[in-house]
Design a protein around this ligand. Sequence first.
Ligand SMILES: [Mg+2]
Length: 346
Amino acid sequence: MAAAVSEPGTIAFSVKYSGKEIQINSLSSDSSLAQLQSLLYEATRVAPDNMKLLGLKGKNLSVSSAKLSELGVKNGSKLMLIGTPDAEIKQVTEEKHESVEFLEDNEAYCDGEVKLEHRPEYLDKIERRIREYKITELQAPRAGKKLLVLDIDYTFFDHKSVGSHIDELTRPYIHHLLTVAYPHYDIAIWSATSMKWIYSKLGEMRLFASEMFKISLLVDSLACISVYCEEDEANVNVKPLAVIWGQYPQYSASNTIMIDDIRRNFAMNPQSGLRIRPFRQAHQHRQHDRELIRIAEYLEAIADVEDFRELDHRRWEKYAAKRAKKRAKLEQKQGDSANPDSAGPA
Ligand SMILES: [Mg+2]
């Protein structure tokens, strides 16, 4: 009888699922996709037919006899699993998610009190990123456009819930937001994860394939810097926009807006950040979530503001509402003068 001895040629890799890492170390590069799926089924109760694995490479992504080596899986690989578990397990999982809902609210995080933006040690780190970090440019900057920098996880993707298709975990109206923004803004995506995840998530969401907008820049965790956060008494990673500004001088604090669910990420450029309500528990909220429609309204409303440093993005909702009212009034006035009969009773 074959014993469970690790063979030479065994590979160790991990699969992220519902915010947890599943370690796989009993397969080899000759093992098949079906074998991997069966192990994952044991761990997650997601049926192989409902599994979507992100991070695989090659042409045979859904051929169950494909070898792991053909799919680019090797020692140290990191994959991500999307899939809904069998019904009864699903219920348990959702209850568990329920209880962690409000654990992390970063509203006041590292904010205001600590003027990190001027500390020389951090400016040095930024200088190094400007020199050494390579921003992925998918489309060159267009003349006269502003810059929109968007986070992914919890901003428009719920990376901790489980779903059978990425659409279930994607915040509604992300395509709408990018379509509205694109005439005015070049679009950068900055996620504090690796470039591999950025590509696979955006690819699955079909954000590279739109006719309505193009993504210009991709920025990953290697462009982040760690700063000391007094509230946490710990080092935390933040996203300094100066890394982009240093490499693309056409963008600056006067024409850049960054949208992220964690305010701490703006610590080096607090004035340029808009903190969005996080998109969590996708299944509960995706029916009603209109946040990206309202953000799109705001982006459009401020698109003609000469210098973004005049704006206070904390007041974005009021600003957007005021602009919408003004515009409606103006449109009514224009309508009236174009058609005097409609101005009042004859
Ligand atoms: Mg996030």
